[in-house]
Design a protein around this ligand. Structure first.
Ligand SMILES: Cc1cc2nc3c(=O)[nH]c(=O)nc-3n(C[C@H](O)[C@H](O)[C@H](O)COP(=O)(O)O)c2cc1C
Length: 190
């Protein structure tokens, strides 16, 4: 299975990355490689709403999204991992989602949804926030759901952890590490 992941946190060794490592470990243990995109390291311009993709489904901007477009197109499984920033996804994550407007156009305007492989397309959303309020999880979930459906991922699981703020604090969480590992297992189970 082709499995790709997006790490939307800028904090190296932070909570998002630790959770993502756990989920990926399970995917790898099941015999699948994971191609990870560390979004903070990539050059990705925000969507310009130029309408360029409306008639073609192809974005006119040429940057590091070019490789991501192809990876999303080919993927059987997509893991999206982000910290909660100001009640939503990180800017690094949102940039990829907005640029996926090209897939939205391809699916909804051109009526050409991405093709499913024999194992279907599934997603996993991993979220970490420092606050008690779960509105950040709810808002992030709504945006991520719109992304997943636009790239023809009809079902995804969401794991959201709150009150995890200090770098690396997620490892002290009672269930998070095991939860992420098991979600990785379920993601690639047939
Ligand atoms: C710019 C910024 C905005 C944040 N906004 C929120 C927020 O709205 N809600 C929340 O629960 N946590 C918020 N946090 C806390 C982070 O989500 C939390 O520290 C998280 O563990 C960071 O994950 P990381 O270690 O993977 O970067 C914010 C942190 C930063 C730096």
């Amino acid at each position: 299975m082709k499995v790709i992941s997006f790490n939307g946190s800028p904090r190296v060794g932070g909570n998002t990355e630790i959770l993502l490592n756990e989920a990926e470990k399970a995917v790898q243990a099941a015999g699948h490689d994971v191609k990870r995109f560390n979004l903070n390291k990539l050059q990705i311009k925000p969507c310009q709403d130029c309408g360029g993709c409306e008639k073609t489904g192809v974005c006119v901007i040429k940057d590091d999204m070019t490789g991501i477009y192809q990876a999303i197109r080919d993927a059987d499984r997509i893991i999206l991992a982000s910290p909660v920033f100001f009640f939503g996804l990180s800017a690094q994550t949102k940039m990829v989602i907005d640029r996926s407007q090209a897939f939205w156009c391809e699916k909804y305007l051109l009526k050409q949804p991405l093709a499913e492989g024999p194992n279907g397309r599934k997603g996993l959303l991993l979220l970490v926030g420092g606050m008690k309020k779960d509105i950040g999880i709810q808002c992030s979930e709504a945006t991520a759901k719109a992304f997943f459906r636009s790239v023809s991922v009809p079902e995804h699981e969401t794991l959201g952890f709150l009150e995890v703020d200090q770098k690396g604090a997620i490892v002290q969480h009672e269930t998070a590490m095991g939860d992420a590992y098991h979600a990785g297992e379920r993601l690639v189970a047939i």
